[in-house]
Design a binder for this molecule. Structure first.
Ligand code: SIN
Length: 490
């Protein structure tokens, strides 16, 4: 199999089988599926395609490892994660090459993702030894109360293709730190980096004599083939999912049957507010970061630019110039600053949303077309004169499109920002601290970036309100998702 975009040293070490009970093995069905480079459409690898039988085998292994893993000392779990962090750091270039090959990101962005992912592993190696409980005298007297934490148990982690290493790190590290065995279903479109990291974990588990069933990796072309048997099995105790709100709702319905603990990191429709007192060059720079990371394919991507009418021309001109300077290309090609979208359907969807906006009266200031040649590219696009009803602002566009709308008052800006079922993140540029505090109170969001186009940080709670999800990942909160509370009246 040719691997056009990967250094041979990396290609030679990518596991392409399923990891069950510490052994990389083919799917029970013998089936495989192809993983392609979105910048060239060339197939990189054929990967084992897990089905129901494999899912149950991984759950049996996880369940058998459960008691032993729970009994492992917090310090030993911390040291395992610290060793994985060191491995990730030592092989950061290989991991970045893989992220670019399977997802299309420019290498600089892939390096940043690897560092971000490693940070989650380091953070939870530090948190593993800080799982607090509580002991106190009951207020009425006559008894003492002990509040203890224990691992939830085997967890299914379903990760997306847009951050193939950061998302497994963000889920797996706190789960392992808490003492839960995990089964990971990486995205069909980008399972390779997950497998590469999983091998690091497997090797460290083996070297330390820790239970092999603690980590299962099940790439699959059919999420349902895994979730149907797993969510119905009482041995599974936890589901953590990152992906669309639509799929999240389906999973929540299935999880309801067994009243399964769930964490849902779902869709967004982030507003990016620019007030009349903002530092406009800084806002343009922040807008570029908030919009163009992974070519707009992030759930925290700014989806709607709401700009005060008095600074709209200056902001839009600046953003247009910044977008015009972006260089589209293969992520591994030096100088590339905008990679491809993940698949042909994504390009179709983005093109249709832009066409509908233009039909409705929007003006294209930059981009607005698909370039010729191979790969799933769409040009970075700035639209002005966009209406609040246009698909590019009502839907999460998940592509490199920046629609600019104007507002006259702060109240109008907040109403526009909140006019969505989503509430993952919002961004605001202003120099007025009083306004910042009003926005903190009034914008319906789980995360708020003030004079910053990026909020993500391993040590902070990532997550949303409204239809953007349930629970938090990262920070102190992230490990809580994998712990249950036991109260003892003594
Ligand atoms: C996501 O898009 O799902 C995650 C983005 C991030 O962690 O910054």
């Amino acid at each position: 199999m040719s691997t056009p975009t990967l250094p041979p040293t990396v290609a030679a070490h990518v596991p392409t089988e399923l990891l069950i009970d510490g052994v990389w093995r083919p799917a029970a069905s013998g089936r495989r599926f192809e993983v392609a480079d979105p910048a060239t459409t060339q197939v990189l690898f054929e990967v084992a395609d897990a089905g129901p039988e494999d899912a149950l085998a991984a759950l049996t292994a996880a369940d058998s490892a459960r008691e032993e893993w729970r009994a492992v000392s917090p310090r030993a779990r911390a040291e395992l994660l610290r060793a994985v962090f060191e491995e990730m750091r030592a092989h950061a270039e290989d991991l970045a090459a893989l992220v670019t090959a399977e997802g299309g990101k420019p290498l600089a962005e892939s390096r940043a993702e690897v560092a971000y992912a490693a940070d989650y592993v380091r953070w939870y190696s530090e948190q593993a030894v800080r799982l607090d409980g509580l002991a106190r005298r009951a207020p009425a007297g006559g008894a003492h109360q002990l509040v203890l934490r224990r691992p939830v148990g085997p967890a299914l982690l379903i990760t997306p293709w847009n951050f193939p290493i950061a998302m497994i790190a963000r889920k797996m590290a706190p789960a392992l730190a808490a003492g839960c065995p995990v089964i990971v279903k990486p995205a069909q479109l980008a399972p390779l980096t997950t497998a590469y990291v999983a091998e690091m974990v497997r090797a460290e588990l083996e070297a330390r004599g820790l239970p092999a069933g603690v980590l299962g990796i099940l790439p699959s072309s059919s999420a349902g083939a895994l979730t149907t048997p797993l969510l119905a099995d009482p041995r599974l105790r936890k589901l953590s999912f990152t992906g669309s709100t639509e799929v999240g709702r389906i999973l929540l319905r299935s999880a309801a049957q067994s009243v399964l603990r769930t964490s849902m990191e779902l869709g967004g429709n982030a507003p990016f507010l620019v007030f009349d007192d903002a530092d406009i060059p800084a806002a343009v720079e922040g807008a570029l970061a908030a919009k163009m990371r992974n070519s707009g394919q992030t759930c925290v991507a700014a989806n709607r630019f709401l700009v005060h009418e008095s600074v709209a021309a200056e902001f839009t001109d600046g953003l247009t110039a910044a977008f015009d300077r972006l260089v589209m290309g293969h992520g591994a090609t030096p100088g590339t600053t905008a990679g491809p979208l993940i698949e042909a359907a994504a390009v179709e969807r983005v093109a249709a949303a832009v066409a509908a906006a233009v039909d409705g009266g929007a003006r294209v200031r930059s981009g607005g077309h698909r370039p010729r040649g191979a790969g799933y590219f769409y040009a970075p696009t700035v639209l002005e004169n966009v209406s609040p009803d246009d698909l590019v602002v009502t839907e999460e566009v998940f592509g490199p499109v920046a629609p600019v709308m104007t507002f006259a008052t702060e109240g109008e800006a907040v109403a526009l920002a909140n006019g969505t079922e989503f509430g993952l993140v919002a961004y605001a540029y202003t120099r007025d601290v009083g306004r910042v505090m009003r926005l903190v109170e009034s914008v319906e969001t789980g995360m708020l970036g003030i004079n910053r186009g990026m909020v993500s940080d391993a040590s902070a709670p990532f997550g949303g309100v409204k239809s953007s999800g349930l629970g938090r990942e990262g920070g102190e909160a992230g490990i809580e998702e994998y712990l249950e509370t036991v109260y003892v009246a003594l």
